[in-house]
Write a protein that binds this ligand. Structure first.
Ligand SMILES: NC(=O)C1=CN([C@@H]2O[C@H](COP(=O)(O)OP(=O)(O)OC[C@H]3O[C@@H](n4cnc5c(N)ncnc54)[C@H](O)[C@@H]3O)[C@@H](O)[C@H]2O)C=CC1
Ligand SMILES: CC(C)CC(=O)C(=O)O
Ligand SMILES: [Mg+2]
Length: 371
């Protein structure tokens, strides 16, 4: 059995708490012959800033480069509200994404049947929901230059963020979306704002050409991103794959998270190109949520997004699809039994903490694996 090298970056706040449950799962899988994983751990975000004055050190970046996959918790928090902008915790995450070339962020939003009641929307709107948001992750306004605040000298300041997209960036994320759609329900909704943004005009043009040239068998619709947000809460089941830019993808995936019951449910995979020489790709797996300062240290964070992110690592980085299915089935079975963390609780359910939920999921993996 191949040995895989994982770099674990718990980060800050509940990142550390939910990562503890992934560590428990990895240890269990190692002990029970479901995989062979070697783990190393590093600091990122506020934890790295406290230790070394930067949001991620070059040494930790080198470990990330050498790993078969990075498993990331979450960064940030009020403690670091006034650190220099370049050293803010979130800068560590952005550097990992950019330097590892992780341009494709897959954010599946699946509403587990047991959780249809936990959504703020009506059961029939979310029951059976299964959509995939494909967010461009290394371009757009989060990275474009100039990015600055200038003093205008008259008591006013001007903040500048720049939205930049080149054809190749739109094409490669489009390709990821169309290829995923072919394995799903064969539908792509491309979301931009061509009515007010030049980047939206180019996005639309490139997606249309790519579709005609390489993916005419997939249904493509163009949706203005604001209307897309509205449609996501009106009737989300109309969508299969949504492809969009970095900023809109960030926002729309938080919206989609609430369809599934909680931000604590949404996993993600961030992928780079496959290296033709080795057949491998750089990758990082992280929950969609942040460090949740409002609940940190209470032991009540939902570890499911983090555990499901690890399941995505099994599937997308290690070809362990069967094991990934087991973890996902174990999550569903745990929810079916009525166990809930506080963020997804509903009447008649048993509220448990982070650790109890992690242990319950592992117990279900063991049952499914016959161990
Ligand atoms: N990938 C990352 O590391 C991200 C980091 N952040 C950072 O996290 C910090 C807090 O940001 P917020 O806007 O509060 O977003 P957040 O995602 O941390 O929290 C939003 C709300 O969702 C709840 N929540 C999130 N994850 C949960 C979980 N697993 N279980 C139960 N409840 C959960 C929180 O308690 C909070 O009420 C900020 O510094 C922000 O920049 C935000 C988003 C992503
Ligand atoms: C840099 C991150 C904090 C941005 C974000 O919210 C996300 O990627 O989900
Ligand atoms: Mg976000």
């Amino acid at each position: 059995m191949a040995t895989y090298k994982l770099l674990l970056l718990p980060g800050d706040g509940i990142g550390i708490e939910v990562m503890a449950e992934v560590k428990r799962l990895i240890a269990w899988m190692n002990q029970n012959g479901l995989g062979t994983f070697e783990t190393e751990e590093g600091l990122v975000g506020g934890a790295a800033y406290d230790d070394a004055g930067v949001a991620i050190t070059d040494a930790t970046m080198a470990l990330a480069m050498a790993a078969d996959a990075v498993i990331f918790g979450a960064v940030g928090g009020p403690k670091w509200a006034s650190v220099p902008y370049e050293a803010r915790p979130e800068a560590g995450l952005l550097r990992l994404r950019k330097d590892l070339g992780l341009y494709a962020n897959l954010r599946p939003a699946i509403c587990y049947p047991a959780l249809a009641e936990a959504s703020s929307l009506k059961r029939e709107v979310v029951d059976g929901l299964d959509i995939m948001i494909v967010r461009e992750l290394t371009g757009g306004v989060y990275f474009g230059e100039p990015k600055t605040i200038v003093d205008l000298g008259n008591g006013q300041k001007r903040a500048i963020d720049t939205q930049v997209y080149d054809t190749f960036e739109i094409e490669r994320i489009g390709r990821v979306a169309f290829e995923l759609a072919r394995k799903r329900r064969n539908k792509v909704a491309s979301m931009e704002k061509r009515n007010v943004m030049k980047s939206g005009v180019l996005w639309n043009e490139v997606m249309t050409a790519l579709h005609a040239r390489e993916f005419p068998d997939v249904a493509l619709e163009h949706v203005l991103a604001d209307a897309g947000g509205m449609q996501l809460v009106r009737w989300p089941k109309q969508f299969d794959v949504i492809v969009t830019d970095n900023l809109f993808g960030d926002m729309l995936s938080d919206v989609a998270a609430m369809l599934t019951g909680s931000l604590g449910m949404l996993p993600s995979a961030s992928l780079g190109d496959v290296d033709p020489a080795t057949g491998t790709r750089k990758s990082m797996y992280e929950p969609v949520h942040g460090s949740a300062p409002d609940i940190q240290g209470k032991g009540i964070a939902n570890p499911i997004a983090m555990l499901a992110s690890f399941a995505m690592a099994l599937r997308y980085s290690f070809g362990l699809g069967k094991e990934a299915d087991m973890v996902e089935q174990a999550i569903a079975a745990t929810l079916d039994k009525g166990l809930r963390t506080a963020d997804i609780t509903s009447e008649g359910c048993k509220v448990v903490g982070t650790r109890e939920m992690g242990e319950a999921v592992i117990a279900e993996v063991a049952r499914i694996a016959g161990k």
